[in-house]
Design a protein around this ligand. Sequence first.
Ligand code: HEC
Ligand code: HEC
Length: 337
Amino acid sequence: MMKNMRIPSLARPLGAMTAALLLAAGAAHAAEPISPIVAVKVTNAAKVDLGKKLFFDPRLSRSGFISCNSCHNLSMGGSDNITSSIGDRWQKGPINSPTVLNSSLNLAQFWDGRAKDLKEQAGGPIANPGEMAFTHDLAVDLLRSIPQYVTEFKAVFGHDKLSIDEVTAAIAAFEETLVTPNARFDKWLQGDKTAINAQELRGYELFKSSGCIACHNGPNVGGASFQKMGLIEPYKTTNTAEGRFAVTKQDIDRFYFKVPTLRNVELTYPYFHDGAADTLAQAVDTMGRLQLGRKFSEAEIADVVAFLQTLTGDQPRVVLPILPPSSDKTKRPQPFD
Ligand code: HEC
Ligand code: HEC
């Protein structure tokens, strides 16, 4: 895999790099280093449905007010559109909230990849004092006090055990359905040459020829490797996150972040781990200078932005779940304590 692929120098002929990517891309769309998003087939509708309820249930937070959807708003591209998230007691989060859309396609979860998959990730925010500020035990006790949840967990998992394991498995099953097929760019990849216009195509050609594609490739146009932010020129930020270094403790991994997906990127502003770039034009200009040592003209930036906007796919159609009511036994939230 390209997991720890490093790009020591972009002086390396791009042709060879692209060829390697093409080999990795597989036969179906071998001509291009980006492949279409495939719609998911739901095999366990009851599990997905339960996971959806949990994703929207603010009772999994200390305040009774914050749900996964608070920071990964499915009406806003699965993100919160603010520089860094607001958690329990209006705390400022340490980092920008990445989208949950297509996150099942990423090689790992979080900016530094510290969770290996969605199930492992889902346990994090519930117990994170800066996010939902609950504990796994309190979350499980709460769900056990709600008869309809008890019935649903039993129906889905076939046993009475209701632990954090079942909770995170159900949430992950729901998240796996949050993919966004049918982007105009995917239609173009699949042979509809009218799906994108001349400017968008120019943007894509520049995206490839200038070297963006070396890091942003595959079905998720990213998400496949950890790369240094500030490869050619250092990135200036007051944010203290050091990326992959936090996981490996190896100096070489400092400021290596998971390459974010560029799917639906027009919806997931602001950009970068510190949320410092408000607009796509700003993000493209920064990437060009810092990652490629290249100053794009305004027209070139407009072309790349136009291309990036063709990556917006069908947003998941989520009917708001009606959550089962608390019972007399359910512990009431204490939002202001
Ligand atoms: C208070 C805001 C907040 C809440 C609530 C929250 N998240 Fe997050 N989420 C974030 C932030 C911020 C990150 C990035 C953290 C990092 O990388 O260190 C993140 C990362 C993620 C990721 C990783 C995506 C990727 O590409 O790396 C997933 C998946 C995710 N959250 C799902 C959830 C689920 C499921 C819940 C509910 C159980 C939840 N989040 C609750 C803010 C939040
Ligand atoms: C050497 C690898 C590399 C190259 C080359 C590269 N990127 Fe990135 N890109 C990254 C990484 C890593 C991040 C996350 C940086 C951060 O948040 O600190 C990123 C972030 C982004 C973002 C913000 C996404 C978000 O959700 O926050 C955009 C947009 C983007 N890149 C576009 C481009 C474009 C356009 C090019 C070519 C001009 C390019 N990138 C070249 C690695 C790369």
